[in-house]
Ligand binder design. Structure first.
Ligand code: PGA
Length: 234
């Protein structure tokens, strides 16, 4: 795993955007895996600015987001589809039909999850996957657990995640208890992975990941199985 330590959050964000832009230049039809959360907002701002200034063209790019809350429709301000439209998709020339976020409001969540994986396969697989990391070491919503499904699935959120994410809702009782997430196998099939992490609250999870010991108690440790991971830290 390659580790790049940045002095500031802005530097990390610009470096992340630069890696994405370089990848799009090399392959205009790039298939990108994307995260939500506070961490990638600076990268999305940098990508939107680069697009505005004519440095990058998203017209052939396709995206597959990591996860979505169960029960939230795309028009819900806390849904991850809403987040992506606001922070990236609505600000660049990506074609809406090429943007994919798991459907947390599907009548048959299991079938929707299987279709999501099939769509990723059909697109040729994810070239570059940008991921964040939870305080508990989750990647996407792959929460610490004794076992976990390998591919896209419905998951019950842990108390730690519900508490961490409640800052974005009107209190903890409004945070959905379940989510749909790409599985660790789905994520590890990406050709390249770029992990973004900022701040003290992520330190313990990062230390576990960097120890090189693999444990489902800290799903981020599974990234050690991949041969092309860059961790951009600030
Ligand atoms: P954050 O979330 O960027 O809001 O810290 C990351 C995550 O939980 O994966």
């Amino acid at each position: 795993m390659k580790k790049i330590i940045c002095k500031t959050y802005n530097e990390m964000s610009w470096k992340a955007a630069d890696i994405v832009i370089t990848a799009v230049k090399e392959k205009p039809g790039l298939v990108l895996g994307l995260p939500t959360g506070t961490t990638p907002i600076g990268m999305y701002d940098a990508l939107a600015n680069a697009y505005k200034d004519g440095f990058v063209n998203f017209s052939r790019v396709a995206t597959f987001n990591l996860d979505e809350y169960v029960g939230l429709t795309p028009d819900h301000p806390q849904s991850y589809r809403y987040f992506m439209d606001k922070h990236l998709f609505g600000r660049v020339n990506i074609k809406p039909k090429n943007t994919h976020v798991p459907d947390g409001a599907a009548a048959d969540l299991g079938a929707a999850a299987r279709n999501y994986d099939a769509l990723i396969e059909k697109s040729g697989g994810i070239d570059l996957f940008v991921v964040g990391i939870g305080q508990n070491g989750h990647i996407g919503f792959n929460e610490p657990a004794a076992s976990m499904p390998a591919f896209t699935h419905v998951v019950e959120l842990t108390q730690n995640t519900i508490e961490a994410n409640s800052r974005l809702f009107n209190g903890m009782s409004e945070v959905p208890l379940k989510a749909v997430t790409q599985g660790m196998a789905t994520i590890l099939r990406a050709k390249k992975i770029l992990l973004l992490a900022s701040g003290e609250s992520k330190r313990a999870a990062l230390e576990k990941m960097e120890s090189g010991i693999i444990t489902l108690d800290c799903p981020a440790t599974l990234l050690n199985l991949h041969r092309d991971v860059t961790a951009l830290l600030s």
